[in-house]
Design a protein around this ligand. Structure first.
Ligand code: FAD
Ligand code: ZN
Length: 276
């Protein structure tokens, strides 16, 4: 795998705005709620691309007091609302899985119920029949299938993507996973996989994701993937740079970092620079 190319590939999808109703709610453990949503009949299915672990939809929530769900239509591949209509609140969520049942596509999303915020609040009270909108995914980014080793660093919000890594990474490639959660009550069962090692950091005393990366440490051919709180991701990126990941010193190697949320910032856009 010294010749690993470590290339990701992107595929774009036409925008769809889908209505979906809760068909099943399951407490996965800790504060993770698995919510399965059935697409309205006749809705185009959400594309499923193997190893596109970062695939996400914008979940659009009903108005918290009126309960009304205002969804845009699609005009020229963009969301469009009538003049004066209020845009629904949306938040990004990983497409954890899809399957077909009763002739409708069922979409699984795992929500961290963390306390405040429209998404967390909706998820904590979600019941069968509740309706949301799903916008996107706009594209699928397939992770490289040829690494010497995958190193995945995640917090709770990236556990659904980690679940996808564990299920979808090519057999035979070792997967080193480090997950940081606030405490032991936040443990969630993960898919079993040969060639995978999962380490849980329960709180700051057990170290940080950046320290874990330093202690591994990365080697040529490694693909380092990290997602979670933006400040934590800044630390990971810094540690990776110091270790030479993605640079001349550790060739080939690659780093992919995504800030899924930022402490104190509601509805942060993950396409913004990590520092913002
Ligand atoms: P907001 O209104 O956005 O924030 C309210 C307050 O809560 C803010 O102070 C904010 O800093 C804080 N906050 C937000 N999230 C958390 C948290 N997890 N823990 C503690 N405090 C928090 N989240 C998932 O749970 N499951 C997923 O599968 C998932 N996939 C994602 C994929 C992508 C590509 C991205 C960009 C994000 C993903 N997230 C996922 C993260 C999720 O979008 C954010 O956590 C989002 O802020 C939650 O919205 P909210 O309405 O609950 O809180
Ligand atoms: Zn996005």
């Amino acid at each position: 795998a010294a010749t690993a190319a470590l290339q990701r590939s992107r595929q774009l999808h036409p925008l769809h705005v889908r209505r979906a109703a809760v068909s099943h709610v399951e407490q996965l453990g800790g504060r993770m709620r698995r919510i399965t949503l059935g697409l309205e009949a006749g809705t185009p299915p959400i594309p499923w691309v193997r190893l596109a672990v970062g695939d996400h939809v914008k979940v659009a929530f009903p108005h918290p007091t009126t309960g009304e769900l205002t969804l845009p239509t699609v005009v020229d591949d963009r969301p469009s609302l009538p003049e004066g209509a209020q845009r629904p609140v949306t938040r990004d969520y990983t497409v954890r899985g899809v399957h077909d049942a009763d002739q409708t596509q069922q979409v699984t999303i795992d929500f961290v119920v963390h306390g405040t915020g429209p998404a967390s609040t909706w998820a904590s009270g979600a019941r069968k029949g509740d309706v949301v909108g799903l916008l996107g995914p706009r594209g699928s980014m397939t992770e490289p299938a040829d690494a010497r080793r995958y190193v995945c660093l995640a917090d709770e919000t990236a556990l659904p993507a980690v679940g996808r890594w564990l299920e979808e990474a090519p057999a035979g490639i070792p997967l080193e996973v480090v997950v940081q959660v606030p405490d032991a009550t936040c443990l969630v069962p993960l898919p079993q996989r040969a060639d995978a090692r999962v380490t849980w950091l329960m709180d700051e005393e057990e170290g940080t994701l950046a320290e874990s990366l330093r202690s591994l440490p990365p080697e040529p051919g490694d693909y380092v993937w990290a997602a979670g709180e933006a400040g934590t991701m800044v630390q990971v990126r810094r540690a990776a740079a110091e270790l030479g990941v993605g640079g001349e010193a550790l060739k080939p190697s690659a780093l992919q970092v995504d800030g899924y949320w930022r402490r104190g910032v509601p509805g942060r856009d993950h396409h913004e620079p990590l520092e913002s």
